[in-house]
Write a protein that binds this ligand. Structure first.
Ligand code: NVA
Length: 303
């Protein structure tokens, strides 16, 4: 049985296959002969945090794979509060073919998967957002002429779940990942170790550059995410102050003629200038759509 909890749970070949499946299914969908084949499999979505793109795209990806969906909202779940995580995992294993979890703590998903006999997919935790990263690779393949090993991407902002999974994704293909952040907001040490191992294995580049303007020079892509992630709301004021020199704006994108990416939701006027999402170099809405196609590939690989 396979899981997809950390990006590096998939090797390069599996990532490539999942992306290829996504691209092929997308092409098929837009051709005339696409047929949705329904059967009796079920996928359960258990979310502790709000979601727009992840929920919608997973429901579509499950359905396109012929798998029915059931969604449990943050109020309904009570993971570890209303009921023990291990009990929930065992019940869901009896009644479904895949569990898709969005949790505060990464350790909750790990505990769930230790008690689950069906595959578990991480739909965002405090440490990783692996599905976002795999789908982002699909978008990068679609939007650039370069092979992934020639891609240079600057991630501006917090060394959070999105940054961690994306760095692992880029380094799995030997690309260049530059992290631009204020001191103290680097990717956590445990994950840096995995990233450095991937860097060595695939001959990529991982750099931390505190100076924003220096960090984006020669990058094909500039990517950012919110400064305050879900669950960190009490730190918001401090974070706005600490990140105030790290806003991605038109000038940064245009000076470097870079592609602009953001996993959304965006805080306009904070990590990005107002309406940057609509700039001609922005691919954020295609990026959002590609959550369907990449996740379709992930589900086909492991369910
Ligand atoms: N880093 C953000 C990503 C949202 C999709 C968060 O965890 O809230």
């Amino acid at each position: 049985m396979n899981n997809f909890i950390n990006f590096d749970d998939f090797d390069r070949e599996s990532v490539e296959e999942a992306i290829e499946i996504g691209i092929n299914e997308k092409n098929k969908f837009y051709s005339e002969d696409f047929e949705i084949k329904l059967n009796k499999k079920f996928g359960v979505l258990l979310f502790e945090k709000p979601s727009l793109r992840t929920k919608l795209s997973f429901i579509k990806a499950l359905n396109f794979n012929g798998i029915n969906d059931i969604y449990f909202s943050p109020e309904e779940v009570g993971l570890g509060r209303r009921e023990k995580v291990s009990d929930i995992a065992k019940v869901i294993s009896k009644m479904s073919e895949v569990a898709i979890l969005r949790t505060f703590k990464h350790s909750t998903i790990e505990e769930f998967s230790r008690n689950s006999s069906v595959p578990v997919i991480n739909a965002l935790s405090d440490r990783e957002h692996p599905c976002q990263a795999l789908c982002d690779l699909l978008t990068i393949k679609e939007k650039t002429e370069n092979n992934l090993n020639n891609i240079s991407i600057t991630f501006v902002g917090d060394g959070n779940n999105v940054a961690t999974s994306l760095a692992k994704a880029i380094l799995t293909f030997g690309g260049t990942f530059i992290h631009s952040c204020p001191k103290g907001y680097e990717i956590p040490k445990e994950d840096l170790k995995v990233i450095e191992d991937l860097q060595r294995k695939y001959n990529g580049n991982f750099l931390i550059e505190n100076n924003l303007n220096v960090s984006v020079k020669n990058s094909d892509i500039v990517y950012t995410d919110v400064w305050t992630s879900m669950g960190q709301e009490s730190e918001q004021r401090k974070r706005i102050e600490d990140f105030k020199n790290y806003q991605v704006n038109e000038k940064i994108i245009e000076t470097n003629n870079a592609i602009f990416m953001h996993d959304l939701p965006a805080h306009h006027g904070e990590e990005i200038s107002e309406n940057l999402v609509d700039h001609k170099n922005s691919v954020v809405f295609d990026q959002a759509e590609n959550r369907i196609w990449g996740q379709l590939g992930i589900i086909k690989k492991i369910v």
